[in-house]
Design a protein around this ligand. Structure first.
Ligand SMILES: NC(=O)c1ccc[n+]([C@@H]2O[C@H](COP(=O)([O-])OP(=O)(O)OC[C@H]3O[C@@H](n4cnc5c(N)ncnc54)[C@H](O)[C@@H]3O)[C@@H](O)[C@H]2O)c1
Ligand SMILES: [Zn+2]
Length: 372
């Protein structure tokens, strides 16, 4: 064991996979050692590293060098930074590059980036030769605690996000906390919307821990251990929920959509430019709490505590006065099927628990949006 490992022990988290389990490594200084790490887990040589221009500029050199030093033969494929890269066209272009480079069914894909890259590279891995292994190296907090876990991959279309995709579990996920140092603060903070979501739906103890930490502290290197255990805990929560309903069929996985019905609608109403995903989810959580007070018996003091926790992490809890609220409700109606004027909606009766209510009305959603 080398000193790097001793300094920051890598925590291994068993996460669910169709074939059993896969490993998630959470630690520091992992990127430069990835070649050796992968050697122990994957008996293949050729791979495509898929990344975006910003992440690639920071980390692709180190990753490529490390892979080459362990006798892997990586081909680097870089796409422009932007959600607009998450398309079928881009996935096709990447596959063509991989074919041209001679990658075959014995190859594998390494996705290096945030959730956009994880979804795109995972989708490519799912369809290339009908499926080759996918290694995820998430570089945003949101991707570490959420999108890299669970096996949902996909691309956007003109009519909506993530409409085309596949379930394809990664073979390995490697979270190197050092990469978060270059992540802009706003991007870092948005990851906490998903962390707070996990706490509200499943972990009252983590909620209490979050109340005494600061995002700014966690962003500093000195707080690496605190961040490491927080990330590990979130991976455990998400993988536990996913394991009960891997293909999103029985309703258990739907609990992860807490705050997302209104959150997605806010993203759409803001043309995907006004709010980051986590920021829109933060507002969606506030709306879901308002509905939970009415429908699930959430105490209004608990709603207030959740709102202040979101604020503590620099997340929005009120809409700007001129934001087109009507567009939000219209987007909810496009997204969700109302039966007899009612939809299924994830609510929380108390911090640490959640369930699906089947009788939330349009008026209740309108009211909750009006209060934002
Ligand atoms: N599959 C799932 O279960 C799931 C869940 C949630 C979200 N998503 C998807 O995730 C995407 C959003 O992911 P995201 O928030 O990570 O955004 P992102 O991947 O778009 O990254 C955000 C920005 O941060 C930059 N960046 C990433 N890592 C960096 C680093 N370490 N240093 C400096 N800059 C860095 C990127 O270049 C980009 O500009 C969306 O496409 C969403 O649909 C998927
Ligand atoms: Zn989300």
């Amino acid at each position: 064991m080398d000193t790097d490992t001793l300094d920051f022990p890598i925590k291994r988290v068993a996460a669910f996979d169709t074939a059993g389990t896969y490993r998630v490594f959470v630690g520091t200084r992992l990127l430069a050692r990835i070649g050796q790490l992968l050697r122990r887990h994957i008996d293949r040589k050729r791979c495509a590293i898929i990344t975006d221009t910003t992440v690639g500029r920071h980390f692709a050199g180190t990753l490529k060098k490390s892979l080459a030093s362990a006798e892997f033969r990586p081909v680097l494929i870089t796409v422009p930074v932007s959600e607009k890269s998450k398309t079928l066209k881009q996935a096709g272009a990447i596959c063509d590059r991989m074919i041209d480079a001679g990658l075959d069914r014995q190859s594998f894909v390494v996705g290096l980036g945030g959730g956009m890259i994880g979804d795109l590279s995972g989708f490519v891995a799912a369809i290339y030769h009908r499926g080759i292994p996918h290694i995820q190296i998430p570089t945003t907090l949101l991707a570490m605690v959420d999108s890299s876990i669970g096996g949902k991959t996909g691309v956007d279309t003109r009519s909506g996000k993530n409409l085309i995709g596949a379930f394809h579990q990664p073979s390995l996920v490697i979270d190197d906390l050092d990469v978060l140092r270059t992540l802009p603060r706003r991007e870092f903070n948005q990851g906490f919307a998903e962390v707070i979501k996990h706490a509200v739906i499943a972990d009252a103890k983590m909620f209490r821990i979050l109340k005494v930490v600061r995002a700014s502290g966690l962003h500093r290197a000195s707080e690496t251990h605190a961040l490491q255990s927080l990330i590990k805990r979130n991976i455990e929560i998400k993988s536990r929920i996913v394991a009960t309903d891997e293909r999103d069929r029985t309703g258990e996985r739907a609990l992860l959509n807490f705050g997302h019905t209104v959150g997605h609608a806010i993203e759409r109403a803001g043309n995907y430019s006004k709010f980051l995903h986590g920021e829109a989810v933060s507002l969606g959580i506030v709306a879901a709490c308002t509905i939970s007070v009415a429908k699930a018996g959430l105490r209004s003091e608990q709603r207030d505590v959740i709102v202040s926790l979101l604020e503590q992490f620099g997340l929005p809890t009120r809409l700007p006065p001129k934001f087109p609220r009507r567009k939000i409700l219209a987007a909810v109606m496009v997204d969700k099927k109302f039966e007899d004027g009612k939809i299924r909606f994830v609510v929380t009766p108390r911090i640490g628990a959640a369930h699906v209510a089947t009788d939330v009305t349009v008026d209740e959603i309108r009211d909750a949006i009006a209060q934002l």
